[in-house]
Design a protein around this ligand. Structure first.
Ligand code: 3HC
Length: 381
């Protein structure tokens, strides 16, 4: 049986620092590693901000807060960062070449008993694990932003992952007080990103095709689709670097998963990455947590049926292809994206037939991405 004594988190960005924080909150000694001290300083500031919020809300006490921060050790030097850890959680940017380089480097210092977990948002685990000497001790552990608040972790075993490693990952996720959902197939985007990332592109098409404003589309996402944030707001919050890289990696493997809109690449190339750079779809004061003002009045000006349709169609694909069942899908969307009403309940209120007709119409105009999935067609009365 494997046992975790200490965790190293590679990468201190939005996901890495959050994963380090929740691991420390569960009592683990954590090494947070990045390539520059300045990145680690920023990450520690964000952790302190988040912990203070939890103290303010009386979720933890001041003395617990101090202990948690003391359990997180920022380190630049790679060899030192791996010493004495037996679980390495990699949270570096979503770029297969970069991930390959990182795994080749850590293999030089890794001991045989180390388990590698990747927080990849979209890349097949079997592909990444093939860069290492230990595909049997390699697993996908996909957290959601912000890891401190989102209760879901998708667990993705690769083709060679040992059952014991999957069991260990399930236990770890429960220990950090999250809910694990095991993806039954290692498909690009897993469950939640297969819904979320295509929605960002579709929302951009909605601006072009309907003339609606971003605030109208976002308000409708919030008040009619029951998302906690608008889709553009969520894209900015996630970061256009993440969305763009996830898009390219998913699209290169499966053209059916996504219909890319050029705006995402354009924002990425202009370094308008969202909240972290002060500008993305919207403009922000700085890189701190900030919300966009959305209203029920603005929601009334946009009918989100194309957004509901592609979300339901991609959800149907996941069910048809045995990645998850409907119950797991709804749970993943609730816990990973904060969806306040089940997606298929929204779909039924819009009308399954209306959704199928919308998709067929979009298919005629824009191609096979919109072709209705057989599971969705089977719901026709
Ligand atoms: N730590 C602690 N507190 C935090 C925090 C953090 N990291 N981030 C925000 N908060 C605080 C806020 O400051 C606020 O505090 P306040 O009450 O003192 O002002 C409090 O949490 C509540 O925030 P909001 O008032 O903005 O209210 P919400 O009820 O909307 O909750 C949210 C915030 C949990 C972020 C919610 O909006 C949400 O669930 N959004 C959707 C997020 C989502 O979909 N994430 C997944 C994206 S996909 C992904 O990550 C996968 C990747 O691979 C791409």
């Amino acid at each position: 049986m494997y046992k975790i004594n200490q965790i190293t988190v590679l990468g201190s960005g939005i996901m890495g620092h959050g994963i380090a924080q929740i691991s420390a909150m569960a009592g683990y000694n954590v090494i947070l590693r990045d390539i520059e001290q300045a990145f680690l300083d920023k990450a520690m500031d964000k952790i302190k901000w988040s912990i203070n919020k939890l103290v303010e809300k009386q979720k933890i006490s001041q003395s617990e807060a101090e202990k948690i921060i003391n359990r997180i050790h920022p380190v630049v030097e790679l060899e030192q960062s791996l010493k004495n850890s037996n679980l390495i959680i990699e949270a570096v940017p979503e770029d297969l070449t970069l991930k390959k380089k990182v795994y080749e480097e850590i293999e030089k210092f890794a001991t045989d008993d180390m388990i590698f977990a990747s927080n990849t948002s979209t890349l097949p685990i079997s592909e990444i694990s093939a860069f290492t000497s230990r595909p049997d001790k390699f697993i996908g552990l996909h957290f959601f932003n912000p890891p401190q608040l989102m209760p879901l972790v998708e667990i993705i075993p690769g083709a060679k992952t040992e059952q014991q490693v999957t069991d260990l990952a399930i236990n770890l996720v429960k220990e950090v007080k999250k809910t694990p959902i095991v993806c039954k197939k290692d498909v690009p985007g897993f469950i939640v990103n297969r819904i979320f990332i295509p929605l960002v592109h579709e929302a951009a098409y909605c601006l072009d095709r309907t003339g609606a404003s971003m605030v109208e589309v976002d308000s409708a996402s919030k008040y009619k689709m029951a998302l906690p944030m608008g889709i553009f707001e969520l894209a900015d919050y996630t970061g256009m670097d993440v969305i763009h890289k996830a898009t390219s990696e998913m699209y290169s493997r499966d053209k059916k998963v996504i219909f890319p809109h050029p705006k995402i690449q354009q924002l990425y190339e202009n370094k308008e990455l969202g909240q972290k750079t002060g500008k993305g779809f919207y403009q922000y004061q700085g890189d701190n947590y900030e919300r966009v003002q959305l209203t029920e009045e603005a929601a009334e000006k946009f009918d989100p049926i194309p957004l509901v349709s592609i979300a339901v169609n991609n959800a149907s694909w996941l069910i048809s292809n045995g990645v998850c069942n409907r119950e797991e899908l709804e749970q993943a969307l609730k816990l990973g994206m904060g969806l306040k009403r089940e997606l298929f309940t929204t779909a039924e209120s819009v009308g399954i037939q209306n959704i199928i007709n919308t998709l067929k119409d979009l298919q005629t105009k824009y191609g096979s991405f919109y072709e209705p999935d057989p599971y969705l067609l089977s719901l026709q009365k």
